[in-house]
Structure formats: C-alpha cells, structure tokens
Design a binder for this molecule. Structure first.
Ligand code: HEM
Length: 338
C-alpha cells in the first residue's frame, strides 16, 4: 500500500513545484484501485485505471438514476439502459480477460483470484464457472476501491478546511514516524490519524444509504412494514442526527476517542453497515486509509482551489459533485528533507 502511494507521490512532485492542481478524487480512485488489484488478485491495473475509473463513474451515475427512476426496467433497451449494458460490457471484457489469462497459467492459490478459480463446491466438487468468478471479482474490485477512495478524498477536503486538526495530525506523524515510511506495526500508535478518518466517515459515509427488503410483515416503532417492501437506512442522516451528535455538522475527530465512542448507542455510527452483511473489507479499508493518509500527509499538505464549490453528490456512493481540485505543498518536515 505504501509502495503504491510513494510511487504516486513521486509523480506529484512536479505538480507540487509548479503549483498545478490535481484532481484528488481521481488520484485517490486510481491509487486504491491499483492497491486492491494488487492485494487481492496480484494484478497490475495501472494501465486499466482510467478505463475502469470512467466505467465505474458512468455506471454509478446511471444506476444512481435508475434507483430513483426504475422505469422502464433494465431489460427494456432505452438509451439509459443501453448505456448501462455497454458500460457493464467494458468491465466484463476486462475481467474475463484477467480470468482467462489466469486459467491458462498454473495457479498456486496464493491470492484471491487463484483461490476463486480453485474453489470447489463441497458437495458436488464443481468449480466456479467464469460468470461466477467474474461476479466475485467485479464485486471486490468495485466495493474494494471506490469507497476507500471517497473516504480519502473527503478527508483531504476536511483537513484543508481545518488547519488546527491538520496540525495535530502532522504532530502525531512526526512523533510516531519521524521520516520513516509507516508500516502496519505503526497503526496502533497512529491514533489521531485513525480518528480523523473515522470522523470523515461520519460526515461523508461513502455508502450513504443502505437498503433491505422486508422478508415478512413487521412493525418498527409503530410503523407498519409490509412484506417485500424496500427499507432504506441512511448512515448519512443518522451520522448527522442532532439527537445523537453534538454540533453534528462540525468536523471534530475528538468524537472518536475510545471514552467518547463508548458512550454512544451502537448504531449511531455505521459507515460499514452492520449485522450479517457488514462490510467484509472494513479492516482492510481502515488499514489502507491510515497508511495512505499518513504517507501522503508526512510529505504534502493539500489545498482546495479557492472558490471551488464542494457539494456531496449521491451516486450510489457519496462523491464530491464537482470533483476536488487541490494544489499540493510540501509539509514543513518534508520541506526540510528536500
Ligand atoms: C471505507 C471503505 C469502505 C466502506 C465505507 C464500505 C462500506 C460498506 C457497507 C456499508 C457495506 C454493507 C452494505 C449493506 O449493508 O447493504 C459493505 C459491504 C461490502 N464491502 Fe465494503 N466498504 C469499504 C471498503 C471495502 C473494501 C476495501 C472491500 C474489499 C476489499 C469491501 C468489500 C465489501 C463487500 C464484499 C461487501 C458485501 C458484504 C456482504 O454482502 O456480505 N469494502 N461495505
């Protein structure tokens, strides 16, 4: 994770020197995509990041629209539905190629892709077909990068608006790491770094709305729920609810000290969902976000282009509607090293 981040920072240097803004949302997307491709599937996706990135953006926008206007259904070839199918086809081609390449080579079960290809049904002894492997790979690739990228993007935005919090973050990085590149062993000590990320996940949960289908008729606090109805649960709304959070709109990582976190109801905060379908990548995501945030912040401070509008947009996930162009500046400490 830090190797990929350091490679990105090297490319940033020229932009930093010339004061050229970078589109942080895109940079975070391609970084986390490369990381998840490498970590789970040993794939170098550096050549594919822009194809996957624009396919994912198109798909989320179209599917976001579909959630609110589900007519006509996907099977009817309207212009929107045809675009959805075309975009899925772009992703499919890429993933089927990866599967075909791996099937032709000897697999040793060292990564998740090999494990998926070698997996056998306990009863029938049958392996997965390409379609089943494709479903798993696409789910993990998409769920495994877009959300973490949004978390980091919003964190950069919040830090750029809160100099005092940024200063405390740098103080922790200086104290715990000095000039060292962070490693997993440092994470328990990077407590404030983690609190900053947790607070960014509160204000901008990348999955702002979760849905469930009622399997039977029920009643919730006096509200009747008909069988088969769709229930929407919003971490975004709950995370900003004044009955649960003091000054809910304020960015304040101190809310996540263990003492204060212990006083809150369990489901006041659920950026990773909950219950049996809780995010299976939550520890991976927190580790990745902590490592990327600390590696970047050790070297750079990110500043929003003055006057650039920032507004959350829900396109299945929560992104900054107008992107996040930022200039990058060497932090004092990194400035001394150069
Ligand atoms: C900050 C980053 C992330 C956030 C905020 C996040 C959020 C979520 C949420 C809210 C759910 C539950 C959806 C529901 O209940 O309907 C979920 C499910 C899931 N997430 Fe994540 N996620 C993140 C990162 C990751 C990563 C890095 C991976 C994989 C490496 C991943 C893989 C998954 C998978 C496979 C599921 C489906 C689990 C199931 O249905 O059993 N996520 N995620």
């Amino acid at each position: 994770m830090t190797v990929a981040t350091l490679a990105l920072l090297e490319r940033w240097q020229a932009y930093s020197e010339r004061g050229i803004p970078l589109h942080m949302a895109q940079h975070m997307m391609s970084l986390t995509l490369r990381i998840v491709g490498q970590a789970l599937f040993s794939l170098d996706l550096s050549q594919e990041t822009s194809t996957i990135g624009s396919a994912v953006t198109t798909l989320l926008e179209l599917l976001g629209d579909y959630v609110f206007r589900p007519f006509p259904p996907l099977s009817v070839p309207t212009p929107r539905n045809r675009r959805i199918q075309r975009t899925i086809h772009v992703l499919d081609q890429l993933v089927y190629r990866m599967i075909a390449e791996r099937r032709t080579r000897q697999t040793e079960g060292r990564d998740l892709l090999s494990m998926l290809l070698l997996a056998q049904d306990e009863e029938t002894g049958q392996g997965m077909n390409d379609r089943q492997v494709r479903d798993e790979v696409v789910t993990l690739l998409l769920a495994g990068h877009e959300t973490t990228a949004n978390t980091l993007t919003w964190t950069w935005y919040l830090l750029s608006q809160s100099p005092e919090i940024e200063r405390r973050l740098h103080a922790e990085l200086n104290k715990v790491l000095g000039d060292r590149v962070p490693s997993v062993a440092d994470l328990p000590e990077l407590k404030y770094t983690r609190m900053v990320i947790e607070e960014a996940l509160r204000l901008y949960p990348p999955a702002p709305v979760l849905s469930r289908k009622a399997i039977a008729a029920d009643e919730l606090q006096g509200y009747p729920i008909a069988a088969n109805s769709m229930i929407l649960i919003s971490p975004y709304a709950v995370h900003r609810h004044p009955a649960l959070w003091e000054e809910p709109e304020r960015f304040d990582p101190e809310r996540f000290t263990p003492e204060r976190a212990a006083t809150r109801p369990a489901y006041a905060y659920f950026p990773f969902g909950g219950g049996p379908r809780v995010c299976m990548g939550n520890h991976f995501a927190m580790m990745e976000a902590q490592l990327i945030l600390s590696t970047v912040a050790q070297r750079y401070q990110l500043r929003l282009i003055p006057g650039h509008p920032v507004e959350p947009q829900m396109v299945v996930t929560l992104r900054p509607r107008y992107g996040l162009p930022m200039t990058i500046h060497a932090t004092e400490r990194a400035g001394r090293q150069q």
